[in-house]
Design a protein around this ligand. Structure first.
Ligand SMILES: Cc1ncc(COP(=O)(O)O)c(C=O)c1O
Length: 403
């Protein structure tokens, strides 16, 4: 007889990524539903007082309360773990909650973080403004300077945090090389895999210890829900889960259900985003109104070969500096009619944003300068529209600039 729940953890490794994206983690209820069920319930009932006591004490496995576990969230966690090639995963209410929960669970006062200076602006704010209040210090490192990484370690460095490709400048970090350096110093390498997703890059294969995601982005794929996830060895994921249970940044089951549906088309979407982004990047790279384009897929990108080795495609996010300053950048953004002026990315709808005054607006001028967030920088997260229309949308503003 074919089991209702077809895939056991043991045979995940034998299955292709597309099969995992559609099938992994699904647990069917006694109703035999074909599509994943949405368990919108905050708590669970017990058959007897003894059973309640056993569930609460952990003597009997099973659901207690949806801040701890929920069957729909569980399916999402299992699917992400399978896709990332991780032993375990735990979902969170947002990408920032995934980063916060990882830090709080694995660090203590006095510990030190080494962080790439090319990370999402809010990650920088979280580390410098909030974790610092609790005695966790952070040093920011030029992401592709491995001598600087090596010399940044102190006896207290417990965690190294990077994004690759980075937001918004598409720095590509050699994960294997950084993992080797990190492990020599007995620290953990955490990779924010938001821009590639496991469809294009699996950092655990290159020696990373933990993956964090903003599921809000490509995992959803249609800009509907906030969510996050942490994946890696069970011993670390259990620590993060312990914090989430106590602190409450748990993922809503509704959002998990949306993400499960998003994952089914993840690779197809990532390849389409990447195809269009490359076409736009190559076109912008020769445009007279453009000073510089940042995209790992360009042959002119300093780490193109590394990107091609680590990633199966180059992703949907590119950024570029127009000739001029803020005024010129804003004029290009304001001239678009198809692209959405919004900070989110990973959506079927192309988004355009001015990082210096939005996503990275809370950075100090020094932090912006160090991270390369200049006033003439524009980020585009290429969606699934016709690429000729996207080109025309950008050209409307670019053609008005002096070359
Ligand atoms: C690379 C990266 N990591 C983390 C986050 C934070 O995710 P969330 O908005 O889901 O909290 C973002 C959000 O834009 C991001 O771009």
């Amino acid at each position: 007889m074919v089991s209702l729940n077809q895939f056991d953890e043991e045979n995940f490794s034998e299955l292709g990524i597309d099969t995992l994206a559609v099938r992994a983690g699904q647990v069917r209820s006694a109703e035999g539903e074909h599509s994943e069920a949405l368990f919108l319930t905050s708590s669970y009932v017990f058959g007897s007082a003894q059973e309640a006591a056993d569930r609460f004490s952990g003597a009997q496995p099973g659901n207690v309360y949806s801040r701890y576990t929920n069957p729909t969230v569980r399916m999402f966690e299992e699917r992400i773990a399978a896709l990332e090639g991780a032993e375990a995963a735990v979902a969170t209410s947002s990408g920032m909650a995934a980063i916060l929960s990882t830090c709080i669970a694995l660090l203590q006062s006095g510990d030190h973080i080494l962080c790439s200076r090319s990370v999402f602006g809010t990650t920088t704010v979280l580390l410098t403004k909030f974790l610092a209040k609790f005695g966790v210090s952070t040093t920011f490192i030029n992401p592709t300077d491995y001598v600087a990484w090596e010399s940044g370690f102190t006896a207290k460095t417990k965690l190294v945090f990077v994004e690759t490709p980075s937001n918004p400048l598409s720095d590509i970090i050699d994960i294997q090389r950084l993992a080797d350096i990190t492990h020599k110093h007995n620290a953990l390498l955490v990779v924010d895999n938001c821009f590639c997703t496991p469809a294009l890059q699996r950092p655990l294969n290159f020696g990373a210890d933990l993956i964090v995601h903003s599921a809000t982005k490509y995992i959803d794929g249609q800009g509907r829900c906030l969510g996050g996830v942490v994946a890696g060895p069970k011993k670390y994921v259990d620590e993060v889960l312990g914090f989430i249970r106590s602190a409450g940044p748990s993922l809503s089951p509704f959002n998990a259900w949306i993400f499960l549906k998003g994952l089914e088309t993840l690779r197809l979407r990532m390849e389409a985003h990447s195809r269009s982004a490359l076409i736009l990047a190559e076109w912008l790279n020769t445009h007279p109104a453009i000073e510089k384009v940042f995209y790992g897929g360009l042959l002119t990108h300093p780490n193109h070969a590394l990107a091609a080795k680590q990633q199966s495609a180059f992703g949907g996010v590119l950024s570029f500096r127009v000739r001029g300053g803020r005024e010129e950048a804003w004029s290009v953004i304001d001239a678009t009619r198809i692209m959405s002026l919004t900070a989110n990315l990973g959506d079927a709808k192309t988004t355009i944003v001015h990082p210096a005054t939005t996503t990275h607006g809370r950075l100090t001028p020094e932090q912006k300068a160090e991270a390369g967030i200049t006033e003439n920088l524009i980020r585009v997260a290429v969606g699934l529209e016709d690429v000729v229309d996207l080109k025309a949308d950008l050209e409307r503003g670019l053609s008005q600039l002096k070359s």
